[in-house]
Design a binder for this molecule. Sequence first.
Ligand code: NAD
Length: 277
Amino acid sequence: QDHQPGIEALLNPPAEHIRPGYRGSSKLAGRKALISGGDSGIGRSAALHFAREGADVAILYLEEHDDAQETIRLIEAEGRKGLAIAGDVALSSVCDDAVRQTVKAFGGLDTLVNNAGIQYVSDDLTKISDAEWQRHMDTNINGYFYLTRAALPHLGRGSAIINTSSINAFAGNKELVAYTTTKGAEMGFTRALALQLVEKGIRVNAVAPGPVWTPLQPASWGPVSPKAVADLGKNTPMGRCGDPCELGPAYVYLASEDASYVTGQTIHVNGGMIING
Ligand code: NAD
């Protein structure tokens, strides 16, 4: 089935980022998840697939907006609990509070998805301001650390942490130097933490998406147009960018018992780009 996102859907993002026909089979029944950036794009896809698989899902996102509330409505429509938390992952106090709220609302926490991220074009290193560089580090690296540190005391045997990295961590991207730096750091974080937490029975893995059309993209490259969408995906073997609905199932797998022997690994969801390393 071809999931090439239609331009209409991209101009008016679909309320759901769940794969058409995805039924779910209670793979995450009873699980309690917190997903940063779960209001939009890839994180929202993870949130809605998790809910369809039986998990309660809290989402942490930067600013209050209608799509975040709509995400909660869709989680609740699956018969699961949803919790919306607005706040900046770059602040450790916000991450501490988000975990506290999640544990209070759901009675625990066993699945953490570090996914909130930003990407600004930085194609000339000499033009990157201190503030732009720092904002990338604060959000994409510190945010993953703060939220994980806050969550860890609540995570027990069988828990899972999933970090959204990027194809750019492996292939590099000359137009996104600051962003690519953070995505590489997230891979180091994933691998070191996976080893540190093996004895506790907590698995830590990464998803490395290729180009996926989400609000992150026009924020970096300019307004949505058929050409922009085509350009984003043209370097993949499949010749197209991904639809957010194609990402959620990878997160379900890594969160579920199906991945009980998988830790410190990366699932590449990228239209066939071959990765060395
Ligand atoms: P998106 O813009 O649709 O969603 C990201 C969400 O993160 C935003 O809606 C925002 O609420 C949240 N966020 C950003 N800064 C935050 C902060 N400081 N505090 C709290 N929340 C914050 O983007 P997306 O494309 O779904 O990206 C999700 C993740 O996937 C990111 O880590 C990104 O780097 C990664 N990724 C995306 C692509 C792609 O092509 N879209 C490719 C590879 C990796």
